[in-house]
Design a binder for this molecule. Sequence first.
Ligand code: NI
Ligand code: MN
Length: 236
Amino acid sequence: VEFSGDSFVTIELTWLGHASWAIKAGDHRILIDPFLNDSPTAPVKADDVEATFIFVSHGHFDHVADVASIANRTGATVVSNYEIATWFAEKQQVKNTIGMNLGGGVDLPFGRAKLTIAYHSSQLPDGSYGGNPGGWLLTIGDKKIYFACDTALFSDMQLIGNAGIDLAVLPIGDLFTMGPEDSIEALHLILPKKVVPSHYNTWPPIEQDAAAWAERVRRETIAEPIVVEPGGIIHL
Ligand code: NI
Ligand code: MN
């Protein structure tokens, strides 16, 4: 397996709608919170995606729905908190899992993944305890990508930003997570080079004007906003 020490790996990030993301890095195929078959905005179905690693931020339906079917078809390793990783292994027959806890990191063939704090909840769809919700700090080659995932604004985002973030993926949907206003405040703490919005426009209650948000980001922060439609690709 090629190691991540290769700092020239090209990274391609695709928005799969809602809070679902696909990353291509060399031969690696990474998915974040794949929610595809029941998502009104997903550009692909669960049977159409490739994966070597699947990261799961917390236990809610709109983050775990297609994880087991993709993992069981592809053999991908599911990486999540200990409770969710165990649930996938024991209740969904997922063969390869890595259970972590907040603040912990793990070296993987594509780089490093750290489970960061998030303020949210995490119950699994069958009522099982889903541990603490989290975000992900991924290091791939020489790039650091921070997925805040479902969370409120919190001041410790500044500590996460100290790592030097190339791209922050922030929720802007409001209602269930931070909205646009708090995402601007988050950018003052994280200070990423680039930012892309997530967890919005899936359903009417989380509709947002991404163009207006991007204009505010340009005016009020040092981050470069990147807005894509579902299926849109970002190169890092
Ligand atoms: Ni959630
Ligand atoms: Mn959610």
